[in-house]
Ligand binder design. Structure first.
Ligand SMILES: [Fe+2]
Ligand SMILES: [Fe+2]
Length: 475
């Protein structure tokens, strides 16, 4: 069951060969997917041989194999974690019942919506990142970008498999629509706003993979608890791939910081103008990028009070992060939770029924997790002996969803007037000038083992290869 059949046109561990209708439907979708990849996948890269990992098993020990492949020949496939024998629903109104192997009719519309919303983010990020290959700071980084891209493509496959297998004709239509929406497009944009923002430079890319792929982790963790067993199993395997994406982000930002600190110490300066003149990114700009990506990403968790969130939980469609490790009753009907709102010019807490606050619960879990990496970045600055600390902004800062939407709050959590906001916004969020400066540093470095001036090399290579390994053969 857990071995992957690579003889098939579509590699899989779901016995696709035994379901001819499904197999035919997916084989019809496959060329459309490949067309999408040609049009919207990494720009100008289709002939490169890239040192990529491909999933060969769902066994946590040794699930991946590495080798040079041309990306359009990457073996995108369908991989589910093995079924847990007699898995039981462990939260909500159906707690204790057997997990569902088919979609219950009454939950069909909601489940479809959850799967489509998740599925839509996967190709969106590939579209957002499609021009970055042209300005990669090294072969190592280029390879990491492409690895993330092919795996997001595979995550789309994972969701399309569920749509085709369990949602009949509507599912197939949704599968097509997933290839038709485009990140940032006016008339047919991607579903969630953060996935319509451009990822114009490599600092944005590292921030995106650190902050926004981590949103993916939390959403997938919540779906891995689902009573709909095929969804739980497929998201569990996606999480195996996701860890590397966040590593790319965390280590990428860390290397940018390391290089900046080195230049600051060499020049004995903390003047951003001098630091920029030396061709590296000042820490203040890095802080503004954090403020932007963090705030845009926490919006992805949705409104702080949401009856949909309550319904998804109560009906067993979507659990909490680490549902199984929590010691409460997993029904939550008698519990409450605190959310924030602005009242009389102050941020105040408001107690609401826990079930309605589950988006906020997931957002708070996310915030705790994302702070960890920022602390590790601070260690790099500390080690360089520089008195500067990075932090994530207050969760009310720069929000566009829920009761805090549009509230003017500083990164420190002070409610401010529109005039104060306008006077400070360029200190809090990347300005046009910041973005132009960062863009001006981006230039393509193609020699193995060479790195752009604004970023330090990594400590080690991929899959125990040396840092100066030929990760990409440009041909
Ligand atoms: Fe993904
Ligand atoms: Fe990801």
């Amino acid at each position: 069951m857990s071995t992957i059949d690579y003889q098939e046109k579509i590699p899989n561990n779901v016995n696709l060969g035994e379901d001819r209708t499904l197999k035919r439907a997916l084989e019809n979708w496959q060329p459309n997917y490949l067309n999408w990849w040609q049009d919207m996948g990494p720009d100008g890269s289709h002939g490169f041989d890239v040192y990529l990992r491909t999933a060969v098993s769902v066994d946590p020990q040794g699930w991946a194999q590495f080798g040079h492949v041309k990306m359009p020949d990457y073996r995108w496939g369908i991989f589910l974690n093995p079924a847990e024998q007699e898995r039981k629903i462990h939260f909500g109104d159906h707690k204790g019942e057997a997990a569902w192997q088919e979609v219950p009719g009454e939950y069909r519309a909601n489940l479809r919506r959850i799967i489509v919303t998740q599925g839509d983010t996967e190709p969106a990020s590939v579209e957002q990142q499609r021009h970055l290959g042209l300005t990669a700071p090294s072969q190592y980084d280029l390879r990491n970008l492409f690895q993330v891209n092919v795996e997001e493509g595979r995550h789309l496959w994972a969701m399309v498999y569920l749509l085709h297998k369990y949602f009949g004709r509507d599912g197939r239509e949704e599968g097509e629509a997933l290839l038709e929406r485009r990140s940032g497009q006016q008339d047919n944009p991607r579903i969630l706003q953060a996935f319509n923002e451009p990822t114009p430079d490599w600092l944005s890319f590292y921030m995106f993979t650190y902050f926004t792929d981590r949103d993916g982790k939390f959403q997938l963790c919540a779906l891995a608890e689902s009573s709909f067993d095929p969804l739980a199993r497929t998201t569990k395997f996606m999480l195996t791939e996701e860890a590397h994406h966040m590593f790319v982000g965390e280590s990428g930002v860390s290397r940018v910081i390391q290089r900046t600190c080195q230049v600051m110490n060499d020049l004995k300066t903390d003047d951003p103008a001098k630091i920029r003149a030396a061709g590296v990114i000042d820490l203040q700009t890095i802080q503004r990028y954090i403020n932007f990506h963090f705030s845009v990403t926490i919006d992805l968790f949705g409104a702080d009070e949401s009856s949909n969130a309550a319904t998804f939980y109560t009906t067993g469609l979507k659990g909490r992060y680490e549902e199984g490790k929590r010691t409460d009753d997993h029904v939550l009907k008698n519990d409450s939770y605190k959310v924030l709102e602005v009242r009389n010019g102050q941020l105040v807490e408001k107690e609401v029924p826990m079930l309605n606050a589950l988006n906020e619960v997931l957002r708070d879990d996310y915030i705790k997790d994302s702070i960890g990496g920022v602390e590790r970045w601070n260690k790099v600055i500390e080690k360089a002996g520089i008195p500067f600390r990075l932090s994530v902004p207050h969760k009310a800062f720069h929000r566009n969803i829920g009761s805090l939407s549009g509230a003017r709050v500083s990164p420190q959590g002070q409610v401010v007037s529109q005039a104060e906001w306008d006077a400070n916004v360029d200190k809090w969020l990347p300005s046009v000038g910041d973005r132009q400066f960062v863009a001006s540093l981006m230039g393509r470095v193609t020699d193995a083992g060479k790195f752009a001036n604004w970023i330090a090399p990594p400590v080690m290579g991929i899959n125990r290869q040396p840092v100066d390994f030929e990760y990409v053969r440009f041909n």
